[in-house]
Design a protein around this ligand. Structure first.
Ligand code: ATP
Ligand code: MG
Ligand code: MG
Ligand code: MG
Length: 570
């Protein structure tokens, strides 16, 4: 590509609202432009990178035997009612009516649509297993779109869904995907980690997230450098003892009165949709040893509007906003009915209602000293045994597997895999005839990758004061040719053009900067955009049969023989 025939729209300064470096650099390098909050246009330059990310994801998914398809962005709301996710999903779900007043949503995810497809198309165990995936535009009406394409409202996701005759076969595919994701993120040139994860509103049991390690990440992940142990510290925001998050993010907490023993009861009592309950720390239908029945501790959505409505309603039952561990203790210690100490202990797992998906090691018990709720199975949706969950750990704490100590770092969630089991297949009646000719419900897995988010997170990991330093695998161009005096010297023009043709023929993604700009401007742009290799064609080198070459991260340029350029770059 020649710059004169392409579109380079670099900026000296990033708009003031760009908070993180990747967002700033993507705007300055002209990779994206904002259309509305959380909604971005990808420029021709940015799209080259996005397509390269997509191609790697697609290549590895195909290699793993998954089949690509394309489902619609627009989905009938009835499907969401069938899966009982319609209300639960909450305000992130963008809904609208068509001209006939029929309800639709713009898909934030596609479990319902794919399950509907499979229940209609697949009838026999002979057609299973099958893994269907797409790379498609999602819409989530995020409460706080930010960081550019990293938390957009419209974004591109690779979402895959596998269907199986047995749990064992689902587990096999889950391991295949676990490995496939490692291959994908390695090929993308990212530093990442897989961590055990909460299953969120999608539900189900086993789950892992893949995090790109970066300080701007919104998640805290804990891992043990001496073993495989790694987990997402999901509730760090609510409970961070350091107060490292802004106080405005502190959630409301509701401690239910006796009788409010299910999430539904609490939602009803507070007159809020079930989706307003973001996290259930503990829901205890019956405390062991005759403790207080019906103790429910819920984190409510940190949404101002919702908070304001609720604040008044909550007074009677106790609503608290807090950000620090000791505040939690103070508050809970005052609740009538609590007779034991209230503490937050790492390593204790409490599981609650699947609709708000939860596990926590928040010991909110009120029984005899030290019984808390440890080890008690509260019923529904226990996570897989290896999904140890941790809260409020600090770097240096012992790893739950006993093999070393924990490090806590920030991560950006770029991938998420789940064993959904039969949650959706049951709700939508997605069945098959087994070998005995009997009807059975399919086991199901789902596997997401944030394609657009990957571009932002790659930049978070690869930049310097000059701009982006893209990993070669996803750079918009891999080689830039910058001629000195292209418009003045026919010799330079010819030499640069020959070099350009030669590199194109050798399969490189080359940008020949033939704009009539000062060298300083061209150098700065190529560095800002993050092209991995820069070749300079100048009079002096030309006379000596040499080309100047500089890697994007090199401190100095070097001269190499003109004849050896292709070999050098390979
Ligand atoms: P997050 O915790 O960041 O909100 P999520 O857990 O809601 O993400 P999933 O439902 O697991 O997201 O979706 C699969 C992948 O889609 C995520 O791992 C992430 O990479 C990507 N993704 C989710 N939400 C967004 C968003 N608003 N903008 C860009 N990518 C996103
Ligand atoms: Mg989300
Ligand atoms: Mg998440
Ligand atoms: Mg997720």
């Amino acid at each position: 590509m020649r710059s004169s025939q392409f579109l380079i729209t670099t900026l000296k300064e990033a708009p003031a609202d760009a908070e993180v470096i990747s967002h700033k650099l993507m705007l300055r390098a002209g990779l994206i432009r904002r259309l509305a909050s959380g909604v971005y246009t990808w420029t021709p330059m940015g799209l080259r990178t996005l397509r390269k990310v997509e191609a790697i994801v697609r290549d590895e998914m195909n290699r793993a035997g998954a089949l690509e398809m394309l489902m619609p962005a627009v989905q009938p709301f009835e499907l969401w009612q069938e899966s009982e996710r319609g209300d639960q999903y909450g305000p992130e779900l963008l809904r609208f009516k068509d001209r006939h007043q029929r309800d639709f949503v713009i898909g934030p995810t596609h479990e319902e649509v794919v399950t509907d497809f499979v229940r209609k198309e697949i009838k026999s165990y002979r057609q299973l297993p099958i893994h269907l995936y797409q790379i498609q535009t999602k819409f989530r009406d995020e409460i706080r779109p930010r960081f550019g394409v990293m938390r957009g409202r419209e974004f591109l996701m690779k979402d895959g869904y596998s269907f199986h005759t047995s749990f064992e076969d689902l587990q096999r595919e889950y391991r295949v995907m676990f490995d496939t994701y490692h291959r994908i993120f390695s090929r993308l040139g990212l530093r990442f980690r897989a961590v055990a994860a909460d299953t969120g509103s999608i539900g189900g049991t086993g789950s892992h997230e893949f995090h790109v390690l970066a300080d701007s990440g919104e998640d805290d992940i804990a891992f043990c450098p001496d073993s495989d142990y790694a987990a997402n510290v999901e509730l760090a925001e609510a409970l961070a003892p350091t107060g490292s998050r802004p106080a405005a993010n502190a959630p409301l907490v509701h401690v239910a009165t006796p009788g409010q023993s299910r999430c539904e009861d609490v939602a009803q009592a507070l007159n809020i949709p079930l989706s307003g309950l973001v996290k259930t720390l503990a829901i205890v239908p019956e405390l062991p040893e005759g403790g207080n029945a019906g103790l429910v501790l819920l984190l409510l959505r940190g949404d101002h509007e919702l908070n304001e409505i609720k604040a008044s309603k909550l007074e009677g039952v106790g609503a608290f906003r807090f950000a620090r561990e000791d505040e939690v203790k103070d508050v809970l210690g005052c609740i009538p009915g609590f007779i034991g100490p209230v503490g937050i202990k790492p390593g204790i797992r409490v599981v609650a209602d699947r609709s708000v998906a939860v596990m926590a090691d928040f010991a909110c018990g009120a029984n005899a000293v030290d019984t808390h709720l440890t080890g008690v199975n509260f019923g529904r949706d226990l996570p897989e045994p290896e999904v140890a969950d941790i809260r409020n750990v600090v770097s240096g704490d012992a790893s739950p597997d006993g093999k070393g100590t924990l490090d806590i770092v920030r991560g950006i969630e770029v991938g998420h895999i789940f064993q959904l089991r039969t949650k959706y297949a049951e709700a939508l009646n997605c069945t098959f005839l087994n070998e005995q000719g009997k009807t059975d419900v399919m086991e199901m897995g789902c596997y997401g990758i944030g394609v657009t988010r990957i571009v932002g997170s790659a930049i978070e990991q690869n930049h310097d004061d000059k701009g982006i330093a893209f990993p070669a695998a996803i750079a918009p161009f891999t080689v830039a040719i910058v001629p000195m005096g292209y418009h003045k010297s026919p010799a330079i023009q010819q030499a640069a053009s020959e070099l350009y043709e030669e590199l194109i023929a050798a399969g490189f993604d080359v940008l020949l900067d033939d704009r009539n700009e000062r060298p300083g401007v061209m150098f700065a742009d190529m560095e800002l955009i993050g092209i991995p290799q820069r070749l300079v064609v100048g009079e002096k080198g030309l006379a000596a049969g040499q080309i100047e070459v500089k890697g994007r991260r090199d401190a100095e340029a070097t001269m190499i023989d003109r004849a050896g350029v292709v070999d050098y770059l390979r």
